[in-house]
Design a protein around this ligand. Structure first.
Ligand code: C5P
Length: 239
């Protein structure tokens, strides 16, 4: 991937957020007077290497229009599907329709508003150099247990070489589109975009990222996200 290939962010935001126990999907909950998805868009679009963004919404989305997000770079919306990979596929087809295949797709969850610019630069750079793409990840530091019957520990697993996959996950548009099409056509079940590429026999690269870039999943996560956000802002002001 050349250094001039444009980079487009795809933000799947078509989830319902059932684990959040909230009527409002988690990407539309707020801290510091902005919704989670606005924080996310602010971060991505302020990065100099990101040329624009495709936001993927539920077909019955009730919240996006009310935000009236004023983007300083091109922003398109499209509708998602039942599974996250259906939503990402939809975003990629929108991108391909408008710009052809010469693009790098940076897929980032709408519910990870704390990704740093340093991590964005690192994962984009790795994806430019590696044809199978690259993802942000953090090494597993806790001891891992396999559950047996009645919540008894069945086994302790080695955490050697184990990583937690984060987003962004960054790929050249065409191979990711092909990989996700296979997943959809064969009705496979995957948990991230890299897995689709792996199923095609390719090996995306792991890029060590910051644990701050966590996924807002449950109600307590919102106040934690706010604390980290304020901390990041203070650090930036000190630099
Ligand atoms: O549900 P999960 O936490 O895995 O969602 C991760 C991201 O994928 C969220 O931004 C969510 O809105 C999005 N998603 C989607 N379409 C779905 C399911 C999830 O765009 N069908």
């Amino acid at each position: 991937m050349g250094s001039s290939t444009p980079v487009w962010a795809i933000i799947p935001a078509a989830g319902t957020g059932q684990r959040m126990q909230s009527e409002i999907p988690k990407q539309y909950l707020s801290f510091q007077d902005k919704t989670v998805i606005e924080h996310c868009l602010d971060r991505l679009l302020a990065h100099p290497e990101i040329d624009g963004v495709v936001v993927v919404l539920r077909d019955d989305d009730q919240h996006w229009d009310a935000i009236a997000y004023a983007a300083e770079k091109p922003l398109f919306t499209t509708t998602g599907g039942r599974h996250r990979h259906d939503s990402v596929y939809s975003g990629l087809t929108t991108l391909q329709y408008r710009f052809g295949n010469d693009a790098i797709a940076l897929v980032h969850d709408a519910v990870r508003p704390l990704v740093s610019h340093r991590d964005l630069s690192n994962v984009i750079e790795a994806a430019r150099q590696h044809t199978a793409g690259a993802i942000l990840a953090t090494p597993v530091t806790d001891t891992l247990k396999r559950q047996g019957n009645d919540m008894e520990i069945y086994a302790t697993l080695s955490r050697d070489g184990l990583w937690r996959a984060l987003t962004p996950q960054v790929f050249h548009l065409q191979p990711l589109l092909n990989a996700l099409k296979q997943v959809i056509d064969k009705n496979l079940s995957i948990t991230d975009d890299a897995e689709a590429v792996e199923l095609m026999g390719h090996a995306p690269r792991l890029v060590a990222g910051e644990a701050d870039n966590f996924k807002i999943t449950s109600p307590g996560d919102l106040s934690l996200a706010e604390k980290i956000w304020l901390n990041q802002r203070d650090q930036q002001n000190d630099e």
